[in-house]
Design a protein around this ligand. Sequence first.
Ligand code: F0G
Length: 312
Amino acid sequence: MKFEGANPTGSFKDRGMTVGVSIARASGFRATIVASTSNTAASVAAYSARAGMECFVVVPKGKVARGKVAQVVLHGAKILEIEGFFDDALKSVLENVEKLTELGVYPLNSFNPWRLEGQKTIAFEIFDDVGIPDLVIVPVGNAGNIYAIWKGFEELRQLGLIDSVPRMVGVQASRSAPLYLTWIKRSRELVVVENPETIASAIRIGKPVNWLKAIKAVEESKGFFVAVDDDEILEAQRELARRGIGVEPASAASYAAYRKLLEMKAIDRDETVVLVATGHALKDPDTPMKFFESITIRSPSELIEVLRGTKG
Ligand code: F0G
């Protein structure tokens, strides 16, 4: 597993944001803006604060995880809520790119190439750690990261450092799976999902802006897309956590896909597979808290009763 939860704000987004915000400041912008399911928002809020820049985030009202919003609040970004989905939030930024730029506000969604340049470092680190794996499994939302990772490997190949790139496997939640549907239908146009649903709010996206790039990464690396259900995601999240690795639901999708692909015999046990775990468990505290259980004790002796199994 490539655990991205140890980045400064707890997700892989920091890799691209440190580059993007640096460019924004060096280019003389006064502020940054993103639409986000909120990891991007948490990251841009922190890096903009560090750069002494104002920051705006557009988020789908009621559809983002609490840990991420808390980070945005803490770092002092302005929150703009929109009724609808991430796709509507992104539209509000995309349709105003020129006007925002005129106002000195730099759009930093993943259509911004600098972000993807930073995210490429995931490939470089995988190469340092394990060489070239057979497959890399990546949760896909707005679809920038899978392309960025592939681009990193592809550049290593072009430099003559490696002979081949790993097969890139994109995972989506089955009710928010525009790229999976586009892939299986062999469609040359994106199959848009109008009302995307999933517990993995980070990847609850119906119209990914980087869909063509993601298809390119998967096609050229001879990979594929796969979809996993929410209960498979939750089970994968729990299983990882019980092994000491705490990730948010979207990140557990890569492990859920791995289990599924092994079962389907689509991949082999002796293949080297890297699972990208994109964000930390604390990003979304409400999901594990649905399973909260406790035993009340009223005295020190009750503690021992509980441990002996005579109570609780
Ligand atoms: N995993 C997590 C935890 C994410 O936050 C995201 C994207 C992805 C995977 C998918 O990456 O979009 O490059 O395909 N989150 C974005 C956000 C959409 O606004 O934070 P992608």
